[in-house]
Design a protein around this ligand. Structure first.
Ligand SMILES: NC(=O)c1ccc[n+]([C@@H]2O[C@H](COP(=O)([O-])OP(=O)(O)OC[C@H]3O[C@@H](n4cnc5c(N)ncnc54)[C@H](OP(=O)(O)O)[C@@H]3O)[C@@H](O)[C@H]2O)c1
Length: 248
């Protein structure tokens, strides 16, 4: 059984669909249920359930996991996907404490406590046919500077350390932790800046000259969930069209 945060749209919805197709029961966590996700829930015969959650509140994180346990009774996979961009892109010299708190609280603090609480539940499960997995959706922004959204970059760099820390802490107990770093992916998050990215991609920014899709990220999640992956933890997969390569 898999828990996907921010599963109602964008990359998260792609991950929910892929894991359901792989045979998982899926808890699709989000703040509100939209029509597309509701259709999947309705057609899944109880195998995909929407559970209300808000990463901005540790109480709501706990309440959503309580509900996951009440409905499904266990967690085999957690995908920490939910995240926000700053409401307004502001230069480092102008950004506000409110924007910093909004982005870092949701992306970093939310991911940290969701991971901590889900890991504690996984640790209580004696019956583990395959190693439980935690997969963090970080970003190319974990290591790439964008000076007009520094708080987002900081939150994603922090998530990369969350991956390292929990991979280290949980290895001995057989829980494996991975990170995916998406590149430029066609979703609501990038809609406002799509012309800029169209131009950059056309000009050769990415070795693989196209936008990424939620399905590209979902496929990588599916691979990491394979029971064949048993002797790796803390690893990062870049799903970015080769953006991370240094080129001359
Ligand atoms: N798109 C990209 O190019 C790109 C690149 C690198 C990394 N990423 C990362 O990939 C993840 C998904 O991004 P996306 O492009 O799919 O974004 P998106 O289309 O904006 O979707 C974001 C998802 O996160 C949920 N969410 C936001 N705030 C939340 C909160 N406080 N509590 C619970 N859920 C919340 C949203 O739920 P609601 O419907 O309730 O708002 C939505 O399901 C994010 O972590 C993002 O940083 C994206």
């Amino acid at each position: 059984m898999a828990v996907v945060t921010g599963g109602t749209r964008g990359i998260g919805f792609g991950i929910v669909k892929e894991l359901y197709a792989d045979g998982y029961q899926v808890a699709c966590l989000g703040r509100t249920l939209n029509e597309t996700a509701a259709q999947l829930v309705a057609s899944s015969q109880g195998n995909v359930r929407f559970i209300a959650s808000d990463l901005g509140s540790t109480e709501k994180i706990q309440a959503s996991l309580d509900e996951v346990m009440a409905v499904f009774g266990r967690i085999d996979v957690l995908v920490n996907n939910a995240g926000v961009a700053p409401k307004e892109r502001l230069d480092l010299l102008e950004t506000t404490p409110e924007s910093f708190d909004f982005v870092v609280n949701t992306n970093l603090k939310g991911t940290f406590f969701m991971t901590q609480k889900a890991a504690n539940l996984m640790l209580q499960q004696q019956d583990r046919p395959v190693p439980p997995k935690i997969i963090n959706i970080a970003s190319m922004s974990s290591y790439t500077s964008s000076v007009n959204r520094g708080e987002y970059c900081i939150s994603k760099a922090g998530i990369s350390m969350v991956t390292t820390l929990f991979a280290d802490r949980l290895a001995e107990q057989g829980i494996l932790v991975y990170e995916i770093r998406p590149g430029i992916i066609k979703t609501d998050m990038t809609a406002k800046v799509s012309e800029k990215y169209d131009r950059l991609i056309n000009d050769g920014l990415l070795p693989i000259r196209r936008w990424g899709t939620p399905e590209d990220i979902a496929a990588a999640v599916s691979l990491l969930c394979s029971p064949k992956m048993t002797y790796s933890t803390g690893d990062v997969i870049n799903v970015d069209g080769g953006f991370h390569l240094r080129r001359l």
